[in-house]
Design a protein around this ligand. Structure first.
Ligand code: ADP
Ligand code: MG
Length: 896
C-alpha cells in the first residue's frame, strides 16, 4: 500500500514539472544521455521490461545440479569409499558426480540461452537520442533520462514526460480502460489530476495514433503504469506443467519402489553372509541402476530443441507449458484477416446508390465530382495510415485496410497529406473492433467536413440520406434493398466491405459522437476490398482434419465474406454464427452449435472469451489467436494463447503462450505437429532409460540371489547410467519427425508420459535384459575372475543399449519404415559410445578404474547374444503385432 502511495506521488511529480525541470531532475538534456551514463543507469534500474524473472546465477545453476537425491546418495557413497580407503573408487565416483553436474549445468545453460534467443526474436525497438545521435535500440535497454522519438504507429516504450509534441494523440485504452484517444501537449499542469488527464505524459504500452513527439523517459520496466497492471496480470501462481507434475510423480514412485526393494535386498544379502559394508555398496549399486538419472537432462534438451525447431517455423514459445499442450490441441480458433488471409488488401470494386464498378478498368468514372471519387476522398481523409516516399522507396504505415484505400485514392491523384494541410483534422472517433466504424471531423475555411467509414450495417444505421448521381435523397427501404442485394454479391466473392459517408456541418458543438453523426450523415457508397486467402492454408487445414483438430474461424468481418473465405480454404461449417446470435445462446447451446458451426462472424473480442469457456467446459484443448488488447482475456484463458507477431499488440503478446512471428496459420499447425513429436520423443527417452534401469536392477537382484555376487560394480553401473545411457538418450530427443504425427487424433491430456501399453513394453524388454545379463554372468563366472565376468555383463548391457535405442524410436513401426539410420545424431552417439567402451575395456591404464578386463572376439559374440536376441524379438513383434503396446486410449475422439 505504501508503495502505491509513493508511486502516485512520484507520477504527480513529473506532470507538474515543466519539461526543463524534468530534464534537470533526470540529469539529462535534449541531446540525450551519454552512452556511459545510459550503461550505468541500466545497471541501476534494470532492463525496461515487464514480467521478466531474474535469472539464476551460474553458480546457483551449478550447485542446483547437486541437489537431487541420487547425487546425494552418491556423495554419501563417496564419503564411505574414502573412509574405507578405496581411493581409486573414490576418484572415479567423484569425477562421475562432477561430470554429471557439468553435463546438467551445460544443458541447463544451453536451454536457457536458446530461450533467450527466442525472446530476442520478439523484442521491441525504439528510436532514442544519445550523445546527439539518433539510434534505434532494443526498448529493453532504455533508461530514465533517455530522449525518445515517438511517431504515429509507435508503441510508447515506457513512461515519459513530453518535451515537444506536434499534433500528438495517444490511445491510452490499455491504461485507462477507455477507448478514446487523448490529445497530448508539452505544457505543465498545476492541479493534481488522474492518469487519464496527465496530458503531458505518455505511458508505456500506449500507442501513438497521430502526430509525433519527443519525450524524456521517467520510469522504466515494472515501475511504469503498465508495469503495475502487468504485475497483477502476471501475479498468477506459476503452476507446474502437467508434464513436470507427471515426471515428479514418476520420480517419487520409482524412489519409493527402490526403497522397498533395497530393504528386501539388504535382508537377503545379509542372509547370504554379505558384510554390512558390502551391503551398503550393493544398495548404492541398486539405487543407481534403478534410477534413470539422465532423464531430466534429456528432457530439458528435448524440450529446448523442440522450442528451437518451432521457432525456426516462426512459432515462438513464450511459456514452456505450450510445448506439451500443443500436442493435445483439439481446436484451433483462428482470426481470419491476416492469419487465414494474406492481409494484402486492394480495393477492387466500388458500389454507389446506382451501380457497381470495378476499380481497375473503369477509372473513367472517376471525374473529380463523381460519387466514386468522393468515396475514395472521404475514406482517405478518414484514415490513419500513411504512405510516404523515403529515398525513392515507398513506406507504408498503418492498418492494411486503410493502406489499401490510400493506395486506390493515390491512383486518382488524391493526396491525403496534401489535403490535410487545408483540412486539418480536429476531431475523430477512432476505429475499434467493437464499434466497427471510424469518423473524423476536418476544419475547412468556415465549415467542418465529417467523414465516416466502417462496416456497412453500422454506417447505414448512422445515415439519413444517400448520395445519388442526381443529388442527395433520403435513404429509403428500396434503395437499401437494392444495395443489400449488390453487397451480397460482393461478399460472395470474399470481398471485405467498407461503407463511406460524409456530411458538412456548421455545428460548433464539441460533442463528436454517434449521436452527433446520426442527424446529417450522407451515405456515399461501399468499397469492396480483396484480401486473398493464403495459398498454403488449405493444405494445413486438411492436415488438421486428418489430425482430428477442428479449425474455427473467428472474425469481426461480415458473415458472408467470412463464409466465402472459409469455402476457399476448406473450412466446413453448417452456417455462420454472428456475435448477435452468440449473445442469445446459453453456454450449453453454444457448445451444441460449436459441434457443427465453424465460422463466427461479427464477433467482438470479448466474445472470444465465451467461445473459449464453452469449449473448455467440454474438455477441449484450445489454441486461440488474437492481436488486439481486448483479445488478451481470451488469449489468457485459452489453453494455448497465440499472439500475432506482426500485427499483434505487445499486450496480446505478453499474455500469450506462443507468438507467431509471421502471422501465418500454417505456423500454428507446424507448432502443433512439432509439439506432438516432442511428446513422443519424451516418451521414447523415458522408455529407453527406464527399460535399461529395470533390466539392470533385475539382473543385479537375480545375480545376488542365485550366485551371491553383484554382476557389475557400482562404478560400472554409474558408467552405464550416466555416461552411455544419457549419451544415447539425448540424441533420441533430436529424432526427426516420422510423418505420422498428424495422422492420429490429438493426445488425451489425461494420458500420461508412461501409459499402460508402454509399461508392458518396458517390462517385457527389461525382463529379457535382466535374464540375459543374469545368464551371461552365470555362464562366464568363474570363482577367481570376477572382473572378466563383470566386463562381460557390462559389455552386453552396453550392446543392448545400442540396439534397443534404435527400436525405442517408435512403438509400432519397424525399423525399415522409420529408417534405421535416419537419426544421425543417434548413430553418432552409438558410435562414440562404442569407442568409449573400447577405451575402458582395452586401455590398460583405465582397467583398474573401471575394474574391467580386455575381451576376446569370442567374448564379444557372447555379449552380443542378449541384446541381439531382444533386437530380433522386438523386430518380429513390430512386424506381426505392431499394435500390441499401442496407446489406444490415449487419444481424444476426433472432433467432439
Ligand atoms: P477482422 O480483423 O476480424 O477482419 P475487424 O474487427 O478488423 O475484423 O473489422 C470488422 C469490420 O470493420 C470490417 O468488416 C470492416 O467493415 C470494418 N473495418 C475494418 N477496419 C476498418 C477501419 N480501419 N476503418 C473503418 N472500418 C473498418
Ligand atoms: Mg482487423
Amino acid at each position: 500500500m505504501s508503495q502505491i502511495k509513493i508511486r502516485i506521488f512520484m507520477t504527480q511529480d513529473w506532470y507538474q514539472l515543466s519539461a526543463n525541470e524534468a530534464l534537470n531532475i533526470l540529469k539529462t538534456s535534449q541531446e540525450g544521455l551519454s552512452e556511459e551514463t545510459a550503461k550505468k543507469r541500466l545497471i541501476e534500474n534494470g532492463r525496461n521490461e515487464i514480467g521478466e524473472k531474474k535469472r539464476a546465477s551460474f553458480l546457483w545453476v551449478f550447485l542446483r545440479q547437486f541437489m537431487n537425491p541420487l547425487v546425494l546418495i552418491l556423495i554419501l557413497a563417496l564419503a564411505v569409499k574414502v573412509y574405507f580407503h578405496y581411493f581409486i573408487d573414490g576418484i572415479v565416483l567423484g569425477s562421475t558426480i562432477f561430470l554429471m553436474a557439468i553435463i546438467g549445468f551445460f544443458q541447463e545453460v544451453k536451454a536457457e540461452r536458446a530461450i533467450d534467443e527466442l525472446k530476442k526474436l520478439s523484442s521491441h525497438k525504439s528510436k532514442v537520442k544519445r550523445e546527439s545521435h539518433l539510434y534505434v535500440i532494443d526498448s529493453a535497454l532504455l533508461v530514465p533520462g533517455d530522449i525518445v522519438y515517438l511517431e504515429m504507429g509507435d508503441k510508447v516504450p515506457s513512461d515519459a514526460r513530453i518535451i515537444e509534441a506536434c499534433n500528438l494523440k495517444v490511445d491510452e485504452s490499455m491504461i485507462t480502460g477507455e477507448s478514446c484517444v487523448s490529445e497530448k501537449t508539452a505544457d505543465p499542469i498545476q492541479k493534481k489530476v488522474t492518469l487519464a488527464d496527465q496530458k503531458n505524459m505518455v505511458f508505456a504500452g500506449t500507442v501513438v495514433t497521430l502526430g509525433r513527439a519527443v519525450a524524456v523517459i521517467v520510469e522504466t520496466g515494472l515501475k511504469t503504469e503498465m508495469g503495475k497492471i502487468a504485475k497483477t496480470l502476471t501475479d498468477i501462481k506459476v503452476e507446474k506443467t502437467p508434464l513436470q507434475k507427471n515426471i515428479q510423480s514418476i520420480g517419487l514412485r520409482t524412489v519409493a519402489l527402490i526403497f522397498l526393494a533395497l530393504i528386501v535386498f539388504a535382508f537377503i544379502s545379509y542372509d547370504r553372509g554379505f558384510s554390512l559394508k558390502d551391503i551398503f555398496f550393493l544398495g548404492v549399486s541398486a539405487a543407481v541402476s534403478a534410477i534413470p538419472e539422465s532423464l531430466p537432462a534429456a528432457f530439458t534438451i528435448t524440450l529446448a530443441t523442440g522450442m528451437y525447431r518451432m521457432a525456426k517455423k516462426n512459432a515462438i514459445i513464450r511459456k514452456l507449458i505450450a510445448v506439451e499442450t500443443l500436442g493435445s490441441a483439439t481446436v484451433i480458433c483462428s482470426d481470419k484477416t491476416g492469419t487465414l488471409t494474406l492481409n494484402q488488401m486492394t480495393v477492387v470494386e466500388l458500389a454507389s446508390c446506382e451501380r457497381n464498378i470495378e476499380f481497375k478498368d473503369k477509372r473513367s468514372y472517376f471525374e473529380t465530382d463523381s460519387v466514386f471519387y468522393n468515396m475514395l476522398l472521404a475514406s482517405s481523409m478518414c484514415n490513419d495510415a500513411s504512405i510516404t516516399i523515403n529515398h525513392s522507396k515507398q513506406e507504408v504505415l498503418g492498418d492494411p485496410t486503410e493502406v489499401a484505400i490510400l493506395r486506390a485514392a493515390a491512383e486518382l491523384g488524391i493526396d491525403k497529406s496534401f489535403l490535410e494541410k487545408t483540412q486539418e483534422r480536429i476531431k475523430e472517433i477512432p476505429f475499434t473492433s467493437e464499434s466497427r466504424f471510424m469518423a473524423t471531423m476536418h476544419l475547412q475555411d468556415h465549415h467542418r467536413n465529417v467523414f465516416v467509414k466502417g462496416a456497412p450495417e453500422k454506417v447505414f444505421s448512422l445515415c439519413k440520406y444517400i448520395q445519388t448521381e442526381k443529388g442527395i435523397v433520403e435513404l429509403n427501404q428500396d434503395i437499401q434493398k437494392d444495395l443489400n442485394h449488390r453487397m451480397l454479391q460482393m461478399m460472395d466473392r470474399s470481398l471485405r466491405l467498407i461503407a463511406v459517408a460524409s456530411c458538412l456541418t456548421e455545428d460548433k458543438e464539441d460533442h463528436f459522437d454517434e449521436g452527433f453523426l446520426k442527424n446529417e450523415l450522407v451515405f456515399l457508397g461501399i468499397l469492396g476490398l480483396e484480401d486473398p486467402p493464403r495459398e498454403e492454408v488449405k493444405e494445413s487445414i486438411e492436415k488438421c482434419h486428418l489430425a482430428g483438430i477442428k479449425v474455427i474461424m473467428i472474425t469481426g468481418d461480415n458473415p458472408k465474406t467470412a463464409e466465402s473465405v472459409a469455402r476457399h480454404i476448406g473450412i466446413q461449417s453448417q452456417g455462420v454464427l454472428t456475435g448477435t446470435d452468440l449473445s442469445s445462446l446459453s453456454d450449453h447451446q453454444l457448445f451444441e452449435k460449436l459441434k457443427t458451426v465453424a465460422i463466427f462472424a461479427r464477433i467482438e473480442p470479448m466474445q472470444k472469451l465465451r467461445i473459449v469457456h464453452a469449449l473448455k467446459a467440454h474438455g477441449q484443448i484450445i489454441a486461440m489467436t488474437g492481436d488486439g488488447i481486448n483479445d488478451a482475456p481470451a488469449l489468457e484463458e485459452a489453453n494455448i494463447g497465440v499472439a500475432m507477431g506482426l500485427k499483434g499488440t505487445d499486450v496480446a503478446k505478453q499474455v500469450s503462450d506462443m507468438v507467431i512471428a509471421d502471422d501465418h496459420f500454417d505456423s500454428i499447425v507446424s507448432a502443433i505437429e512439432e509439439g506432438r513429436a516432442v511428446f513422443s520423443r519424451l516418451r521414447n527417452i523415458t522408455g529407453f532409460l527406464v527399460t535399461t534401469c529395470f533390466g539392470e536392477l533385475l539382473g543385479l537382484v537375480l545375480c545376488v540371489l542365485f550366485i551371491g555376487l553383484a554382476p557389475m560394480t557400482p562404478i560400472q553401473i554409474l558408467w552405464i547410467n550416466l555416461v552411455t545411457g544419457s549419451w544415447i538418450a539425448i540424441p533420441m530427443g533430436l529424432e526427426p519427425k516420422n510423418g505420422l504425427e498428424m495422422l492420429n487424433p490429438p493426445r488425451d491430456p489425461k494420458s500420461k508420459l508412461i501409459f499402460k501399453g508402454m509399461l508392458f513394453r518396458i517390462c517385457y524388454l527389461s525382463t529379457l535384459l535382466g535374464l540375459g545379463s543374469f545368464i551371461i554372468f552365470a555362464c562366464v563366472h568363474v570363482e577367481d575372475n570376477r572382473s572378466y565376468a563383470q566386463t562381460m555383463v557390462l559389455t552386453s548391457i552396453v550392446i543392448f543399449e545400442w540396439l534397443i535405442a534404435l527400436h525405442m524410436r517408435t512403438d509400432e513401426l519397424p525399423l525399415r519404415k522409420i529408417g534405421t539410420f535416419k537419426n544421425r545424431w543417434l548413430i553418432l552417439a552409438i558410435i562414440s559410445v562404442f569407442l568409449m567402451h573400447l577405451c575402458i575395456v582395452y586401455i590398460p591404464f583405465l582397467n583398474p578404474f573401471f575394474q574391467t578386463t580386455p575381451l576376446k572376439l569370442k567374448d564379444w559374440l557372447i555379449a552380443l547374444i542378449p541384446g541381439g536376441s531382444i533386437f530380433i524379438i522386438e523386430s518380429l513383434r513390430k512386424e506381426f503385432f505392431p499394435k500390441m503396446f499401442s496407446n489406444s486410449n490415449g487419444f481424444k475422439k476426433a472432433g467432439f
